[in-house]
Design a protein around this ligand. Structure first.
Ligand code: SF4
Length: 627
């Protein structure tokens, strides 16, 4: 229902809907609206032929002396009947083929898609002309021909959506509990696909109306009915142009354009709401959250100050808090490691801080001060000049973050030119070559495509891309994922040396404690969407205060103590919709006591930029604060 709610606020969609409703009303009430009945027998005189507009005939008369306005009103019936009926046939055939191809996949899916491709490459209009000419020009035949030949785009669209839906967890669960294919398709897949099918159907209606008008215009319409295409055909073939009877030509043309425009506007608006591929994505315009009052940090050495940041995700009717009151300061030139198990909120926190949240995510509160301004309060237009110049990101999975059909050099140059239009493409590509040299790739490789790079080189290229505009802060999200150990070490060395050389700050998001210990100055440990401990590397690694940090370190091999047994942390991190009421770590904490299950521990400051969110440090904290 959310899509329909959004649709109600779409000017394009509402305009299309009103225009289409108008056309439908005209078609339905044609006998009441038309001043004359164009199907009634008449005996026109020579003066009646192509009579110009007058009070008796507001749009004049046609070659048969009939009232053009009445023909126009009755013509709406044929156009809309053909449009809606043919679209229904296309929807049925395309929907069925798309659903089966997407859900079954494999050989059946391939076979159905090749069949679809076959129909897709045949020119529709040529085939429609041939078939209608052979089987006859009745309205029923025209509807069937247009409907049967117009299902291909629906099939492809439905297949793509079904492929996505069938991989969702709820479909796997339905299969696991024994649901039949038909049941799963009907109860789980179809409801996810229908809105998109409806949006596509409106566009198919518009194509069907155009096809009918074209067939009628070339003389293949139903000769017993009045349609707009037929009116145009008669006007052109029976001397309207030479008689200067513009009224016989323009009104039917405008009527066709009006209805096609209405259905196109409506269909595009619906598709925008329901087609996930046209949905919002990273960096797209978003409504900035309401800023909270606050002032920037007084210490000039603080580059970024994340304060009480809350990031929520809309799941069904619920808003789930993926980061809940996170506060982190990043100093100039400092490297901060954000660690924790998968799903603890590390990436979400930084995506929220940089205003790069994916669809469904939003900032529910807090501030992100960056060099004096609150990023949370900025509009997308205000944020744009800051991106990449002030802060950039090395995204996880270099292959996915690089466009496969553009050269690496071009992509780096693109980032440079986005922020400095004065730089020519050639100049930007020279700079891109230099950046590639900086990360250990020869500038001559700038013309290569991402697939021509090895995994390590792609990651280096991503780092070069992140450095393109000389940002003060680089956020690297699991920059060594899927790389072998040697390459991992090289990438981390590269990041460390670049940070020192360029005096930039670095936030390293990782689950690898070893990497944090080697590369960072500080460590921030997150669990269940909150910061549970932070301090310098020495403080956190040598004297961990939070039981979660202690267990994380115990689970990590130590090269100095090869004989030490590794432990695993029992249980799993909490789901966002099942966050425990007290300490989030309580269900897994070996030191938990009663209070832990009912009360949320605050972050106890234990020293300058050192804190832990555990009741066990309360005494230490009291000692620190009283001393
Ligand atoms: S507050 Fe309690 S449950 Fe939470 S980490 Fe500390 S001891 Fe464990």
């Amino acid at each position: 229902m959310k899509g329909f709610d959004r649709f109600r606020h779409s000017k394009m969609g509402m305009t299309g809907a009103i225009m289409l409703l108008l056309a439908v009303l005209v078609a339905v009430f044609a006998p009441l609206l038309a001043p004359y009945d164009p199907y009634a027998p008449s005996s026109p005189t020579i003066e009646d032929i192509y009579d110009s507009p007058s009070s008796a005939h507001l749009l004049g008369t046609d070659d048969g002396g009939e009232d053009v306005l009445s023909g126009l009103i009755y013509g709406a019936r044929v156009s809309l009947i053909v449009g809606f009926s043919a679209a229904f046939i296309s929807l049925f055939i395309g929907g069925l083929i798309g659903l089966v191809a997407g859900y079954r996949g494999g050989r059946i899916g391939n076979l159905l898609m090749r069949f679809t491709d076959f129909f897709l490459v045949i020119p529709d209009l040529a085939l429609q002309i041939v078939i209608v000419a052979i089987i006859g020009q009745s309205l029923r035949n025209i509807i069937i021909v247009i409907g049967v030949l117009g299902w291909t785009t629906t099939a492809r669209l439905v297949r793509a959506q079904t492929l996505t839906v069938r991989e969702r967890k709820f479909v796997l669960r339905a299969r696991a509990v024994g649901g039949s294919d038909f049941y799963i398709l009907r109860r789980h897949v179809l409801p996810q696909v229908v809105p998109l099918m409806l949006a596509n159907t409106v566009l198919v209606i518009s194509l069907a109306i155009l096809s009918e008008s074209t067939l009628a215009f070339i003389g293949l319409g139903d000769p017993t009915l009045i349609s707009w295409g037929q009116m145009l055909n008669f006007a052109f073939s029976r001397g309207a142009v030479s008689a200067g009877a513009w009224w016989a030509l323009i009104p039917p043309g405008v009527a066709i354009v009006f209805v096609v425009l209405a259905t196109t506007l409506l269909g595009n608006a619906l598709e925008e709401q329901f087609n996930p591929r046209l949905g919002r994505h990273y960096l797209e315009k978003e409504v900035p959250p309401t800023p909270e009052p606050g002032s920037p940090p007084a210490q000039p050495e603080v580059l970024m100050s994340i304060r009480d940041l809350k990031v929520s995700f809309e799941v069904g009717q619920a808003q789930l808090m993926a980061a809940d009151g996170v506060s982190i300061d990043i100093h100039r030139g400092e490297a901060v490691g954000l660690v924790g198990e998968s799903g603890c909120g590390k990436t979400t926190t930084m995506l929220g801080a940089l205003r790069l949240l994916p669809p469904g995510g939003s900032i529910a509160g807090g501030q992100v001060w960056f060099d004096g301004c609150d990023l949370v309060a900025l509009t997308p237009d205000e944020l744009r000049p800051l991106r990449w110049r002030q802060f950039s990101m090395v995204f996880q999975g270099a292959m996915n973050a690089l466009n496969p059909v553009k050269t690496v050099g071009w992509q780096i140059a693109e980032a440079i030119r986005q922020h400095d239009s004065q730089v020519s493409q050639d100049e930007a590509e020279v700079q891109a070559g230099r950046l590639l040299e900086t990360v250990g790739i020869g500038h001559e490789r700038a013309g290569d495509y991402p697939h021509e790079f090895s995994g390590g080189m792609r990651q280096r290229a991503m780092i070069a891309l992140a450095l393109a505009c000389g940002p003060g802060l680089v956020v690297a999200d699991e920059p060594t994922t899927a790389l072998d150990v040697m390459i991992q070490a090289q990438i981390m060395d590269l990041l460390a040396s670049l940070r020192a050389e360029l005096n930039m700050s670095l936030v390293l998001i990782t689950h690898d404690l070893g990497v944090v210990a080697e590369t960072c100055d500080r460590a921030v440990v997150m669990y269940g969407g909150v910061v549970v401990e932070q301090g310098t590397i020495a403080e956190v690694f040598r004297d961990p205060q939070h039981p979660y940090t202690q267990l994380l370190l115990a689970a990590f091999p130590d090269i100095d103590q090869p004989e030490r047994l590794l432990v695993s942390i029992p249980g799993t991190p909490p789901r966002l919709d099942e966050i425990p009421p007290g300490c989030r770590f309580a269900p897994r904490c070996p030191q938990a006591f009663d209070r832990c299950h009912t009360e949320r521990p605050p972050c106890y400051p234990l020293g300058p930029r050192r804190e832990s969110a555990c009741f066990l440090v309360e005494r230490t904290w009291q000692g620190v604060s009283s001393g």
